[in-house]
Design a protein around this ligand. Sequence first.
Ligand code: GLA
Length: 449
Amino acid sequence: MESFLRQAYGGKASQQLPRYTAAVEAFRGQYGAGEIFLFRAPGRVNLIGEHTDYNHGYVMPVALDKDVLLLARPRQDNLIRLCNVEPKYQPFSFEIEEEIPISARGHWSNYARGVAQNLAQRMANGSGKRLTGFDGLVSAAAPFGVPRGAGLSSSSALTVAAATALAHFNGWQPPVEEMVGLCSDAEWYVGTRGGVMDHFIAVMGKRDHALFLDCRPGQDGSYLTHHEPLPRAYSLLIVDSGVKHRNVGNDFNRRVAACRAGSGLLRAPFPQTTRLRDVEDIPWHEIEPYLPEEMTPGGLAAVGIELGDIPGITPETTLQVRSRCRHVWSENRRVQEAVKAMTAGDVGTLGRLLGEAHASARDDYEISCPEIERLVALLTASPGVLGARLTGAGWGGCVVALVENEAVEAVSRRVQEAYEAQTGIQPSVFACLPSDGAGLLAHINGRDG
Ligand code: GLA
């Protein structure tokens, strides 16, 4: 077991051994002796490029070594049975069909249900062919699993893990964008819909690299991506504020609506505009006059701009059009500058860009909160920290900081102590080990120990 663990987790492999051994034992306890396939899918931290993906802009996420581990064994029929090492996630089973009944809102089975339904629809094509199901066990408990509700894409990791197993057992070897499409449609089944970033990085992560992703699909549906090596002498430190936002849906959707309003308004002066991405080369002072500070969907409809159906948005919802668009416009530029800085090995500039991205997220996109501000302030005031910003959707969750390797321990301790003293919340802090994307790690046949 140790050799594939070393491949997946490098120097941290031995720490993972007890987790894997326990999962194999639990699997056998549940389903009996026989072969086991081990799949994993990582969480992610977004280095820079926040709320740009659904505007067809640029992002630069990194895959974490914190992941969802899925042990599975193919079945002779189309049943999926899943259990979890954490007893609070109850076992469930369902048949893979083109219409799979959804479970209660928020139930963990919905991610697998969504993936299975979508794959059945894609593969069946009226052929009546039944897909192969599997018996599975999920191991994603702390400290190895992706922290939940922390803006590190734990649900996308679960979705991608289930999709990877199903694809494997059914001989489906799709191009990356099809796999990503399957997974993001699956989350739509669950009731959430972000952009494409989270599934892309869960699939395409690469050890020691960030993924540059241009979120605008080409005519043939493909995306422009490349891996950018992370600076060697530095670490990405992740600090979880412990604050979970309770109303992400509505706040998130208001941002989506404001961006759509902006691109709708910019279509008259700049006719090529379908998303905010399209005005990236136009100086801000030429764009700004066309964007009111506030507008409502009702007001937009009166001038012929329809936003489409966005849950939680009514004709009267006030949308902060100008500032939201300014964030997206400037963030796209920062991602491109960040790529250049990384290629040139200019870590100072990269750190500065993280700080600027944070200020824009806080002031223009208004997705920060007091606890995140404390963390960013504590981090930026610490020696050895080049820059820090909130990461993920916002309103809580995590902060990511670029830190000199030698300073990681001291910074972690200092921030932990000061944050707890100031807020009463004990933050979890860890250095990210940028890892590979989802895949099959190993196949243990029934005879192996
Ligand atoms: C959430 C969404 C992503 C992205 C981020 C913000 O994580 O799932 O697609 O929009 O927010 O950058």
